[in-house]
Write a protein that binds this ligand. Structure first.
Ligand code: CP
Length: 307
């Protein structure tokens, strides 16, 4: 069996184009499986997976859980609210207690950048990063690029604009790394205050005007304003942000070209994206969610093969 180059999936930074191609190939097979009347395979029957979420999640948590169930893994779910973390237990103690129950793989979301990397140094189980603070969200980038691959057949030479709050976005960083590995051209667009100073060093174009970004791109991946990570004001008001950076039907008609609209969710409707675009046939947002299950099945299956 072909294998991934890494024991863990901590970030796109650590994997190769070959790894991504293997994940896509495997995900395409699993996509067929989950569209059959019997959606389950016995591939991970002997594997126990702990999903440990120290930060809120809807899509990622449900998607991993469904992927694990479709692969017949045994699973346990942990969320920090209602746990002994509230009594002062450390991350390492919490995870070691979970691992003492003979867990093979850990899927972890944490608000601190580097938390899954820290764990990977201290425990034997395979770790999958389900989002660490503002750092990386590798499975989101894999499902986003897989969705583009499914629609266009290849990412080579495609122009992708990532629009919104780049400064606080782990999705942006992981997407930039994955898109560039696969040969796409990448632009980031947002107000100057929401673009990190180092962003040019990642080899992306930078654009402040959303209409120019839309005129340039084939695909726009629109990101949410992450108010929960903002300690200071980066723009005067959400209304003003929406006026200058919100994507609506009128703006797309002015640009007058075929653009695919993506969003990792959750959407703040009426802020970064209007319903007349989010729910239109330009949008592949729900395909992204569907593909997320197949991609996460592929990641878990391939990592378990190394286990
Ligand atoms: N896209 C994403 O990570 O969504 P959740 O925060 O709901 O998991």
């Amino acid at each position: 069996m072909s294998q991934l180059s890494q024991k863990h999936l901590l970030g796109i930074k650590d994997i190769t184009r070959k790894d991504i191609e293997l994940i896509f190939e495997t995900a395409a097979s699993f996509k067929e499986v989950i569209n059959r009347p019997i959606k389950k395979v016995p591939s991970l029957r002997d594997i126990t997976i702990a999903n440990i979420f120290f930060e809120n999640s809807t899509r990622t948590k449900l998607s991993f859980e469904l992927a694990e169930k479709r692969l017949s893994a045994d699973i346990i779910n942990f969320s920090s609210s209602g746990s002994s973390v509230k009594k002062g237990e450390t991350l390492l103690d919490t995870v070691n207690n979970i691992l003492a129950m003979k867990v093979d793989m850990v899927v972890m979301r944490h608000s601190s950048p580097g938390a899954p990397h820290f764990l990977a140094k201290h425990i034997d189980a395979t770790i999958v990063n389900a989002g660490d603070g503002t750092h990386e969200h590798p499975t989101q980038a894999l499902l986003d690029t897989f969705s583009i691959h499914q629609k266009y057949g290849s990412l080579e030479g495609l122009k992708v604009a990532i629009i919104g709050d780049i400064l606080h976005s782990r999705v942006a960083i992981s997407n930039i790394l994955a898109l560039k590995l696969l040969g796409a051209e990448v632009m980031v667009c947002g107000p100057n205050t929401l673009l990190p100073k180092y962003i040019g060093s990642l080899g992306v174009k930078v654009e402040l005007d959303v209409k120019s970004a839309l005129q340039w791109c084939d695909i726009a991946n629109v990101l949410r304003i992450q108010l929960e990570r903002q300690q200071i004001k980066y723009f005067p008001s959400l209304r003003e942000y929406s006026l200058y950076y919100g994507i609506n039907k009128r703006l797309l008609e002015e640009v007058d070209k075929e653009i695919t609209i993506m969003h990792p969710g959750p959407i703040n409707r009426g802020v970064e994206l209007n319903s007349d675009v989010a729910d239109s046939n330009h949008s592949i947002i729900l395909e992204q969610v569907e593909n997320g299950v197949a991609v996460r099945m592929a990641v878990l299956y391939l990592l378990a093969g190394r286990h």
